[in-house]
Design a protein around this ligand. Structure first.
Ligand SMILES: O=C(O)c1ccc[n+]([C@@H]2O[C@H](COP(=O)([O-])O)[C@@H](O)[C@H]2O)c1
Ligand SMILES: Cc1cc2nc[nH]c2cc1C
Length: 336
């Protein structure tokens, strides 16, 4: 199979034509929610989550049984500038760890009944240093978007996209700053744990990248300031929308990838919820720009899809209650 786009303008057009939620399924799920054996609203956000999920699945009484986690890995030219606490070779080493089942995300995917795929994107060919030139050519960003698009299992009923890429909080900060404005310092954080000197280098690198790459059209921002795993996440999130597969967003880097889509086409992230708020300082600000309220706040700053994978449990709980509970009439319980 090949992806249904071969240029950024074709991908842009595809984003404009993504489907909406199924309004009839939403209405039927709302009606069902009102009849379940609980005081109105007593399941809090679980109720809105189940109704949202029902709308995207087109089924007022859906099941959630086949979640897919995909971890995308990429390397970054800016890593050579000293923006991370870890060396760039950790990316390929962690990919081996994912494949051997030894990473946190392997345990979380297993714990929440998800399949897990790992896609390493040309790790021996880092993107260009965006302080010097655009991170990717159009052919490179299209190839990464297509890899993400094609990695989604059409039979999945939930998608989590995660990433691994030493240095990638720097492109994520640059993307956020390019899309939403503000100063580089507002979007730059400690990532894997850089010290004060590392943080100031990182902020400077973001600032230089924004000057070198002045185009603010969202998909050009992705090409010029992003990375292969970031583009692949954007491609996978778009494919999930196309296939009506709900998505749980992960941390700062995943949310930066999603933000590109949100600014490229209104409603592009309607099928997404925010799994958690990462400890990376700017993640909350980014979620708030997107109007997304995180489900969990556990101080995670790992990436790999870990926070989103934990939120699979919350969403499974919401769907199980919604679809499995008895109504007042069925249970013979007196209504208010
Ligand atoms: O998900 C997050 O919010 C997050 C926050 C900080 C770090 N990370 C992970 O750490 C790596 C990027 O950090 P850094 O310092 O190398 O830019 C990358 O592999 C991410 O998966 C992830
Ligand atoms: C060890 C390690 C594991 C990771 N997983 C995601 N990002 C990571 C960064 C590092 C450094």
């Amino acid at each position: 199979m090949t992806a249904p786009f071969s240029s950024l303008s074709e991908f842009r057009a595809l984003l404009q034509a993504l489907p909406a939620t199924d309004a009839a399924a939403v209405a039927a799920a709302q009606a069902r929610n009102g009849q379940l054996t609980k005081p109105p609203g007593a399941l809090g956000r679980l109720e809105e989550l189940a109704i949202w999920y029902a709308g995207w699945r087109g089924d007022a009484r859906p099941r959630l049984e086949h979640p897919q986690v995909i971890v995308f890995a990429g390397n970054h030219g800016v890593a050579a500038r000293g923006v991370s606490a870890f060396p760039a070779e950790v990316t390929v080493q962690m990919v081996a760890n994912f494949r051997a089942g030894g990473a946190a995300i392997n345990q979380l995917a297993k714990a929440f009944g998800a399949t897990m795929d790992v896609l390493a994107l040309e790790l021996d060919r880092p993107t260009a240093d965006f302080t010097q030139t655009a991170a990717m050519t159009e052919a490179e960003v299209i190839s990464a978007l297509a890899a993400g698009w094609l990695a989604v299992d059409a039979a999945a009923d939930l998608l989590v996209v995660g990433e691994m890429g030493i240095g990638n909080t720097t492109p994520a900060a640059a993307i956020a700053c390019a899309l939403f404005g503000g100063t580089p310092g507002e979007w730059t954080g400690r990532g894997t744990g850089v010290d004060d000197k590392g943080l100031s280098v990182k902020t400077q690198v973001v600032a230089e990248g924004l000057v070198t790459n002045p185009d603010r059209e969202p998909l050009e921002v992705l090409r010029c300031l992003g990375g292969r795993e970031i583009a692949a996440m954007a491609g996978a999130i778009a494919r999930a929308h196309h296939a009506r597969i709900p998505v749980i967003l992960d941390g700062f880097i995943c949310t930066a990838a999603a933000a590109v889509l949100a600014l490229a086409a209104e409603g592009a992230l309607d099928h997404c919820i925010a799994g958690h708020a990462s400890a990376e300082a700017a993640h909350r600000a980014l979620l708030s720009k997107l109007g997304k309220q995180p489900l969990l706040e556990l101080g995670l700053r790992l990436g790999e899809g870990s926070g989103a994978a934990l939120a699979i449990g919350v969403l499974k709980g919401a769907v199980a209650c919604h679809s499995g509970m008895a109504t007042f009439a069925e249970a013979g319980v007196s209504d208010a």
